[in-house]
Design a protein around this ligand. Structure first.
Ligand code: FE2
Length: 195
Protein backbone atom coordinates (compact mmCIF):
# COMPACT_ATOMS: atom_id res chain seq x y z
CA UNK A 1 0.00 0.00 0.00
CA UNK A 2 1.26 3.47 -0.84
CA UNK A 3 2.52 5.38 2.18
CA UNK A 4 1.50 8.90 3.14
CA UNK A 5 4.30 11.44 2.63
CA UNK A 6 5.01 14.89 4.05
CA UNK A 7 4.20 17.46 1.34
CA UNK A 8 6.79 20.09 0.43
CA UNK A 9 5.76 23.60 1.41
CA UNK A 10 4.99 25.92 -1.51
CA UNK A 11 7.13 28.65 0.18
CA UNK A 12 10.30 28.94 2.28
CA UNK A 13 10.18 28.48 6.04
CA UNK A 14 10.77 32.21 6.55
CA UNK A 15 8.28 33.35 3.87
CA UNK A 16 5.46 34.03 6.35
CA UNK A 17 7.50 36.35 8.59
CA UNK A 18 6.84 38.49 10.55
CA UNK A 19 3.36 37.06 11.18
CA UNK A 20 4.44 33.42 11.37
CA UNK A 21 8.05 32.94 12.42
CA UNK A 22 10.45 30.67 10.53
CA UNK A 23 11.40 28.57 13.57
CA UNK A 24 7.78 27.66 14.33
CA UNK A 25 6.96 26.96 10.68
CA UNK A 26 10.00 24.67 10.32
CA UNK A 27 9.28 22.73 13.53
CA UNK A 28 5.58 22.59 12.77
CA UNK A 29 6.15 21.18 9.29
CA UNK A 30 9.28 19.03 9.66
CA UNK A 31 8.59 17.61 13.15
CA UNK A 32 4.89 17.85 14.06
CA UNK A 33 3.32 17.26 10.66
CA UNK A 34 5.94 14.56 9.96
CA UNK A 35 4.89 12.79 13.18
CA UNK A 36 1.28 12.57 11.95
CA UNK A 37 2.46 11.17 8.62
CA UNK A 38 4.55 8.56 10.47
CA UNK A 39 1.76 7.78 12.94
CA UNK A 40 -0.74 7.28 10.13
CA UNK A 41 1.59 4.98 8.19
CA UNK A 42 2.33 2.95 11.32
CA UNK A 43 -1.37 2.52 12.12
CA UNK A 44 -2.16 1.48 8.55
CA UNK A 45 0.62 -1.14 8.60
CA UNK A 46 -0.59 -2.46 11.98
CA UNK A 47 -4.08 -2.89 10.56
CA UNK A 48 -2.61 -4.72 7.57
CA UNK A 49 -0.75 -7.03 9.99
CA UNK A 50 -3.99 -7.69 11.84
CA UNK A 51 -5.77 -8.61 8.61
CA UNK A 52 -2.98 -11.03 7.73
CA UNK A 53 -2.82 -12.66 11.16
CA UNK A 54 -6.54 -12.56 11.87
CA UNK A 55 -5.79 -11.05 15.31
CA UNK A 56 -8.14 -8.08 15.57
CA UNK A 57 -7.82 -7.65 19.33
CA UNK A 58 -6.22 -4.16 19.05
CA UNK A 59 -8.50 -2.93 16.26
CA UNK A 60 -10.13 -0.26 18.45
CA UNK A 61 -6.74 1.27 19.20
CA UNK A 62 -5.38 1.24 15.65
CA UNK A 63 -8.65 2.45 14.14
CA UNK A 64 -8.53 5.47 16.46
CA UNK A 65 -4.88 6.01 15.56
CA UNK A 66 -5.80 6.08 11.86
CA UNK A 67 -8.48 8.72 12.52
CA UNK A 68 -6.21 10.84 14.74
CA UNK A 69 -3.05 10.77 12.63
CA UNK A 70 -4.90 10.67 9.31
CA UNK A 71 -6.95 13.68 10.42
CA UNK A 72 -3.78 15.45 11.54
CA UNK A 73 -2.07 14.79 8.22
CA UNK A 74 -5.05 15.93 6.14
CA UNK A 75 -5.68 19.09 8.18
CA UNK A 76 -2.02 20.11 8.11
CA UNK A 77 -1.91 19.63 4.32
CA UNK A 78 -4.85 22.04 4.03
CA UNK A 79 -3.32 24.41 6.58
CA UNK A 80 -0.08 24.85 4.60
CA UNK A 81 -2.05 25.38 1.38
CA UNK A 82 -4.15 27.96 3.23
CA UNK A 83 -1.13 30.21 3.86
CA UNK A 84 0.91 32.65 1.78
CA UNK A 85 3.31 35.55 2.44
CA UNK A 86 1.31 38.09 4.37
CA UNK A 87 0.11 41.65 4.15
CA UNK A 88 -1.68 43.97 6.55
CA UNK A 89 -4.69 44.35 4.23
CA UNK A 90 -4.99 40.66 3.26
CA UNK A 91 -8.64 39.82 2.49
CA UNK A 92 -10.80 37.73 0.14
CA UNK A 93 -12.30 39.13 -3.05
CA UNK A 94 -14.68 38.22 -5.86
CA UNK A 95 -17.26 35.45 -5.49
CA UNK A 96 -15.83 34.24 -2.18
CA UNK A 97 -16.12 37.70 -0.61
CA UNK A 98 -19.70 38.00 -1.90
CA UNK A 99 -20.56 34.62 -0.37
CA UNK A 100 -19.00 35.64 2.97
CA UNK A 101 -20.93 38.93 2.90
CA UNK A 102 -24.24 37.27 2.07
CA UNK A 103 -23.74 34.73 4.88
CA UNK A 104 -22.18 36.80 7.66
CA UNK A 105 -23.12 40.38 6.72
CA UNK A 106 -19.58 41.57 6.08
CA UNK A 107 -15.99 40.35 6.22
CA UNK A 108 -15.33 41.92 9.64
CA UNK A 109 -18.23 39.98 11.15
CA UNK A 110 -16.99 36.74 9.58
CA UNK A 111 -13.51 37.40 10.97
CA UNK A 112 -14.91 38.13 14.43
CA UNK A 113 -16.98 34.93 14.51
CA UNK A 114 -14.21 32.73 13.09
CA UNK A 115 -11.67 34.18 15.52
CA UNK A 116 -13.98 33.81 18.54
CA UNK A 117 -14.92 30.22 17.68
CA UNK A 118 -11.28 29.28 17.12
CA UNK A 119 -9.97 31.09 20.20
CA UNK A 120 -12.51 29.18 22.29
CA UNK A 121 -11.42 25.71 21.17
CA UNK A 122 -10.81 23.77 24.40
CA UNK A 123 -7.28 22.40 24.45
CA UNK A 124 -5.97 21.38 21.03
CA UNK A 125 -7.93 21.73 17.83
CA UNK A 126 -8.82 23.68 14.73
CA UNK A 127 -11.09 26.47 13.55
CA UNK A 128 -12.79 25.54 10.29
CA UNK A 129 -14.73 27.34 7.56
CA UNK A 130 -16.66 24.85 5.46
CA UNK A 131 -19.46 24.64 2.93
CA UNK A 132 -22.38 22.23 3.21
CA UNK A 133 -23.79 20.23 0.27
CA UNK A 134 -25.82 23.28 -0.84
CA UNK A 135 -22.77 25.57 -0.71
CA UNK A 136 -23.84 27.34 2.50
CA UNK A 137 -20.90 28.51 4.60
CA UNK A 138 -20.52 27.34 8.19
CA UNK A 139 -17.89 27.97 10.85
CA UNK A 140 -17.26 25.13 13.28
CA UNK A 141 -14.40 23.79 15.34
CA UNK A 142 -12.65 20.45 15.59
CA UNK A 143 -11.15 18.95 18.75
CA UNK A 144 -7.77 17.29 18.32
CA UNK A 145 -7.77 16.35 14.61
CA UNK A 146 -10.84 14.18 14.31
CA UNK A 147 -13.55 15.02 16.86
CA UNK A 148 -16.63 17.10 16.01
CA UNK A 149 -15.94 17.03 12.28
CA UNK A 150 -19.22 17.27 10.32
CA UNK A 151 -19.55 14.58 7.62
CA UNK A 152 -20.32 15.77 4.09
CA UNK A 153 -18.94 19.29 4.45
CA UNK A 154 -16.26 20.68 2.13
CA UNK A 155 -13.54 22.23 4.24
CA UNK A 156 -12.38 25.58 2.82
CA UNK A 157 -10.13 27.09 5.50
CA UNK A 158 -8.49 25.69 8.62
CA UNK A 159 -6.62 27.38 11.46
CA UNK A 160 -4.39 25.30 13.74
CA UNK A 161 -4.67 26.23 17.42
CA UNK A 162 -2.68 23.38 18.88
CA UNK A 163 -0.04 25.07 21.03
CA UNK A 164 2.70 23.67 18.75
CA UNK A 165 1.28 25.95 16.03
CA UNK A 166 1.94 29.23 17.84
CA UNK A 167 3.47 28.87 21.31
CA UNK A 168 7.11 29.74 20.45
CA UNK A 169 6.14 33.19 19.19
CA UNK A 170 2.80 33.89 20.84
CA UNK A 171 2.96 31.83 24.07
CA UNK A 172 -0.56 31.86 25.59
CA UNK A 173 -1.78 34.71 23.35
CA UNK A 174 -3.93 32.64 21.01
CA UNK A 175 -6.05 35.64 19.89
CA UNK A 176 -2.85 37.41 18.74
CA UNK A 177 -1.92 34.34 16.66
CA UNK A 178 -5.40 34.44 15.12
CA UNK A 179 -5.08 38.16 14.33
CA UNK A 180 -1.84 37.51 12.44
CA UNK A 181 -3.15 34.27 10.89
CA UNK A 182 -5.67 36.43 9.01
CA UNK A 183 -2.76 38.35 7.43
CA UNK A 184 -1.31 35.18 5.87
CA UNK A 185 -4.47 33.40 4.64
CA UNK A 186 -4.19 32.39 1.00
CA UNK A 187 -7.71 33.42 -0.04
CA UNK A 188 -7.09 32.19 -3.60
CA UNK A 189 -6.60 28.67 -2.21
CA UNK A 190 -9.74 29.03 -0.08
CA UNK A 191 -11.76 30.19 -3.11
CA UNK A 192 -10.46 27.31 -5.26
CA UNK A 193 -11.81 24.79 -2.71
CA UNK A 194 -15.26 26.36 -2.97
CA UNK A 195 -15.48 24.96 -6.53
FE1 FE2 B 1 -0.25 21.63 13.86
Amino acid sequence: MEKAVLPKLPYAYDALEPYYDAQTVELHHSKHHQAYVDGFNKAVSKVEEARESGDYSLMKHWSKEIAFHGGGHALHCMFWENLRPGSEDNAPSGALLEKIESTFGDFATFKAQFSAATAQVEGSGWGILAADADGELRIFTCENHQKAIIPGYTILLVCDVWEHAYYLKYQNRRPEWLENFFKIINWDAVASRMG
